[in-house]
Design a protein around this ligand. Structure first.
Ligand code: FAD
Ligand code: ZN
Length: 230
């Protein structure tokens, strides 16, 4: 109640299962009187490339461009481009950030990876040694909600794709936990395209059901062991 949720959503098609998962989350969280903001990356034509254009005005060193150094400096001086600033404001206000996407090449779609590259700036999201448990977004929760092409068996320990936890490692630990987020268990809908209509409806209701008690959930223990020693 009264809590703020940001949904960063990456799917081209509103009628997709990802679109439905996003919609049902907005619906359920709004019912709880949470305030929900959606960043619909494809609709926004979100710029995924980290370039010099992200820094407004003079560069610290235009002779030899260093994106990390320049964006950190620009963050401190308030010289980041407006689309980045707007996303950072949304993150800053959020208690929970949900990422909704289809798995692309064992990862997130490029447009969402670009959101990570550009929005989670040094100085805003992390600033060594302020990373992992000391990351600058440490009072926030994050949750990956995604769909796959492969089924659950393929993503099991002996399966051809390997344990799904290996896929989660770079995204949950390398990005989210690095920035301080407390990571809630992922919501994974395996191979919706190859499931029955009934099963897909079930995936949607399971997600809505989970969201009813999401604020009572404990984060996962996001350490290397969680991923690789099970
Ligand atoms: P959709 O096809 O949009 O949805 C599935 C079905 O659900 C559709 O028939 C839709 O009509 C239906 N639906 C929508 N809303 C509802 C509703 N409310 N109730 C009931 N049914 C509904 N997969 C992997 O496993 N690993 C990879 O590494 C990987 N890499 C990929 C890379 C690329 C470039 C691409 C394009 C795909 C890749 N995939 C991979 C597959 C991809 O992850 C799946 O195709 C995707 O997750 C399916 O989700 P969707 O929302 O796009 O499905
Ligand atoms: Zn971790």
């Amino acid at each position: 109640p009264g809590r703020k949720v940001l949904i960063v959503y990456a799917h081209q098609e509103p009628k997709s299962l990802n679109g439905s998962l996003k919609n049902i989350a907005v619906e359920e969280l709004s019912k709880q009187s949470c305030s929900v903001t959606v960043s619909d990356l494809y609709s926004m034509e979100f710029e995924p490339r980290a370039t010099r254009n992200d820094i407004v005005g003079c560069l610290h060193n235009s002779e030899q461009f260093n994106y990390g150094a320049e964006s950190w400096e620009a963050y401190r001086k308030g010289c980041l481009t407006t689309d980045i600033v707007e996303e950072q404001k949304k993150v800053q206000e959020a208690d929970l950030v949900i990422f909704q996407f289809p798995l692309y090449w064992f990862s997130m779609p490029a447009i969402m990876k670009g959101w990570m590259d550009r929005v989670l700036t040094q100085g805003f999201a992390h600033n060594f040694p302020d990373c992992f448990d000391a990351g600058l977004l440490k009072n926030k929760l994050a949750l990956l909600s995604f769909t796959t092409g492969g089924n659950e068996e393929m993503y099991s320990k002996g399966g051809i794709s390997g344990d799904i936890h290996y896929v989660l490692w770079p995204m949950q630990h390398g990005i989210l936990h690095f920035c301080g987020f407390k990571v809630l268990a992922p919501q994974i809908c395996f191979s919706p395209e190859y499931e029955t209509e009934e099963k897909r409806k079930e995936m949607l209701t399971t997600w809505a059901q989970r969201l009813k008690t999401i604020w009572e959930e404990k984060p996962i223990n996001c350490t290397p062991e969680w991923y690789f020693s099970r």
